[in-house]
Design a protein around this ligand. Structure first.
Ligand code: ADP
Ligand code: GLC
Length: 479
């Protein structure tokens, strides 16, 4: 079965967060199960080397202000389609914002173009390759369903996946014409959202099915607290909404074969994890004499991730003789807070502001535990990497974090199934309690070691979830 993925990120080529990891991994699992998957991406500068050796498979004379070509190449086990359209994507800055951190003013056109080309490929723009189904991801691909909906001819069904409902792609009503969308779609049942154009809403309203990345988040999305204004629409579409848990690429994230670690280790022998710990302590300037656990954070520094709460728990963490290594970037105020914390608690808190893939692997290898106090978390991947590396996740009980970590409560410890610590509600007090619980467990090496081994054996790959996607695709095509 031929399947088109439409997304704005894909690891290892272009990544700002977990979306990239997912798009870089699921197609491989689906391909192994017999699907023919192509991934359509904007032709960002980081794809230039690939685009140079790619084949032209479609051309557009005019794509929102300039020409465009669709290029095809195979790399890292993926079949990629890249939109070579320099006026939209060839620029210095990051994917969504300019060098000053402001959204690119033409983001509606940049991602409208991604969606438009996705729809055209779905309609057969590539000779000899027409997908049976389109799988669109997040707001950047939300208009695929809209462009297909305004076509009277046969078009393949569309699934839209919500990776994070906090980002909705809302633009002024005047963009409707610029995007070439039919006025008839500007209704509450279509792309209209409080008098504006919403890309994500369009995807949720007009797709044949809607999924999100964990069962708990699928339920949470139906509530005003988590639905961020779209809960009413999702309630109406509840029958077509489901949550399929993310997995991880277990080849890229494998402590027994990870070039970023000084020594490999596995669930059968975790001793050599200590080598990574030493390297982390050196890098972050942390005392190796501390008797408590080495916690880490690997995260975007945003309100979603609840790290402002952690900033207020540092006194308690240090008082328990624990240490903390923070790798993150994002909110300037939070960056400052963690830089200052490193000054305030020398040898106890170490901070590296920036985005560093290798360092994230080393931290997963070297830390004892990973802290994820998110206010909401559609799935979360760093807790899955933590499980795989025996770096026990200390997580807020929300979304995918709730679905993937087994809390070390009395019953779970007695029956030997705990893999981490959960806390709720997401407050400073409860985070502090969770840190305390982790420190107490760490004082019992046998218990901690048992949890580590169990965590490392916890299935975190894509196999089961890829089957769930396959069932969904088959269902949709048969219906
Ligand atoms: P989100 O997509 O909401 O940011 P996820 O947990 O799903 O959260 O995915 C985050 C991904 O980004 C993970 O692969 C994580 O390792 C990575 N990541 C986040 N911050 C950094 C950073 N500063 N350096 C390297 N990798 C990071
Ligand atoms: C989003 C979510 C995160 C999820 C990722 C991949 O960025 O914030 O929870 O893991 O998408 O689906």
């Amino acid at each position: 079965m031929k399947l088109l993925f439409v997304a704005s990120e894909c690891a290892p080529f272009v990544k700002t967060g977990g979306l990239a990891d997912v798009i870089g991994a699921v197609p491989k699992s689906l391909t192994a199960k017999g699907m023919g998957v192509k991934v359509l991406l904007p032709g960002y500068p980081s794809l230039a080397p690939l685009m140079k050796r790619a084949k032209v498979v479609a051309k557009f004379k005019q794509l929102f202000g300039g020409p465009a070509r669709v290029l095809s190449a195979r790399a890292e086990g993926l079949d990629l389609l890249m939109i070579d359209s320099p006026h939209l994507y060839d620029r210095v800055g990051s994917l969504y914002v300019d060098a000053d951190g402001a959204d690119w003013t033409d983001n509606h056109l940049r991602f409208g173009a991604l969606s438009y080309v996705g729809a055209e490929v779905a309609r057969g723009a590539i000779k000899g390759w027409q997908p049976r189904l389109v799988h669109a991801h997040d707001w950047q691909a939300g208009l695929v369903a809209a462009y297909l909906a305004q076509d009277q001819a046969y078009t393949p069904p569309v699934i839209t996946t919500i990776h994070n409902i906090a980002f909705q792609g809302v633009f002024p009503a005047s963009t409707l014409g610029q995007l070439g969308l039919d006025k008839s779609l500007f209704t509450p049942e279509g792309v209209e959202y409080w008098g504006k154009v919403s890309f994500l809403k369009a995807g949720l309203a007009l797709s044949h099915r809607v999924t999100t990345v964990s069962p708990s988040y699928a339920n949470e999305l139906l509530t005003p607290e988590f639905g961020m204004g779209l809960e009413g629409l999702l309630q109406m579409r509840q029958k077509e909404l489901s949550g399929i848990l993310n997995g991880i690429d277990t080849e890229i994230w494998d402590p027994s074969n990870d070039p970023a670690l000084p020594a490999p280790y596995s669930a059968r022998g975790t001793k050599r994890k200590a080598r990574s710990k030493t390297k982390v302590q050196k890098f972050f300037g942390l005392d190796s004499s501390a008797s408590g656990p080495l916690f880490c954070v690997i995260s975007r520094l945003t309100t979603q991730k609840g790290l402002d709460l952690l900033a207020n728990c540092l006194q308690g963490l240090v008082a328990r003789d624990a240490t903390l290594a923070v790798l993150g970037t994002g909110d300037r105020a939070l960056e400052r807070v963690f830089r200052q914390a490193a000054d305030e608690f020398p040898g106890r808190v170490g901070t590296h502001i920036g985005y560093n893939e290798d360092l994230s692997h080393l931290l997963q290898g070297g830390a004892d535990a990973i802290l994820i106090p998110s206010r909401f978390e559609p799935c979360g991947l760093t807790q899955l990497y933590g499980l795989r590396y025996g770096t026990l996740p200390i997580v807020a009980r929300t979304g995918g974090l709730a679905d993937t970590v087994i809390d070390a409560n009395e019953a779970a410890l007695a029956t030997e199934c705990a893999t981490g610590v959960q806390f709720a509600p997401v407050t400073e007090t409860m985070l502090d309690v969770a840190i305390g619980r982790a420190c107490d467990l760490f004082k019992q090496p046998e218990v901690w070691q048992g949890m580590m081994r169990r965590a490392m054996r916890h299935p975190v790959g894509w196999d089961k979830s890829a089957d769930a996607y396959l069932d969904l695709y088959t269902d949709l095509i048969d219906s």
